[in-house]
Design a protein around this ligand. Sequence first.
Ligand SMILES: CC(C)(COP(=O)(O)OP(=O)(O)OC[C@H]1O[C@@H](n2cnc3c(N)ncnc32)[C@H](O)[C@@H]1OP(=O)(O)O)[C@@H](O)C(=O)NCCC(=O)NCCS
Length: 195
Amino acid sequence: MAVSLEGDKVILVPYMKEHVPKYHQWMEDPVLLEATASEPLTLDQEYQMHLSWTQDPHKKTFILLDKDLVEGKFVHGDPYVEAMVGDVNIYMNDLDNPQLAEVEIMIAELKSRGKGLAKESVLMMMSHAVENYGINIFRAKIGKSNGPSLSLFRKLGFEDISYSEIFKEMTLELPVTKPKLEELQQLIGHVVRHT
Ligand SMILES: CC(C)(COP(=O)(O)OP(=O)(O)OC[C@H]1O[C@@H](n2cnc3c(N)ncnc32)[C@H](O)[C@@H]1OP(=O)(O)O)[C@@H](O)C(=O)NCCC(=O)NCCS
C-alpha cells in the first residue's frame, strides 16, 4: 500500500477500489466533467481507469479526505469513503522533459470547497513529487472561464505560459527550485507520512 500524507486539513490517501463508485457518481455531473476536461465513463470503465491510475508509473493520484469528516483516529489503508471529497493527480507525460509533471485538482463535494483543501493538497502533492519523483517543473491546464482554479494556481505562483484558442485553455507553469520548494513547504506546515 502506497503512502498516505496527512496535512492540517486534508489526508491524501491512495485511490482504492472502494472509492470508485463515489468517484463515478461525481463524474456524472456535467459541471465537474467540463471543469476537469473529462469524458463520462461507465462504472466498468471507471474501474479500468482506477487500475490504470494504480499501475501506470507516469501517473500518481491521491484521494482527498476532508479531516473534518474523518471519524475517529485515522488508520492508513482504510478508505474512509464518507470523508472523500476530491482528488489530486500528477501526470509525468512530457516526452521531452521527464522532470515535468502536469497537476490536476478537484474538490467535488461543494460543502468542502472554500476551506483551503485544494491549496493544501496541491502544495502537498508538489512537495511529494519533487522529493519522490525528481520533478522540478509543474504545469496546469485550465479552462479560461475557470476563475477559481486560475486564481488558485496563480496564487501558488504559477505563471501564464500560453493560451489555446481551440481548447479555450490556459497553460500555466511553476518551476520548483530548492528555495521555492522550501517556500512552498513553509505554507503547508507539518505533514505526517503514514505507511
Ligand atoms: C478550483 C477548486 C479546486 C478550488 O478548491 P477549493 O478547495 O474550494 O479552493 P481553496 O479553498 O483551497 O482556495 C484556494 C484559492 O483558490 C481560489 N479560489 C477558490 N475558490 C474560488 C472561488 N469560488 N472564486 C475565486 N477564487 C477561488 C482563491 O485564490 C483561493 O485563495 P483564497 O482563499 O486565499 O482567496 C474547486 O473549486 C474545484 O474543484 N472546482 C471544480 C474542478 C476544477 O475546476 N478543477 C480544476 C481543474 S484544473
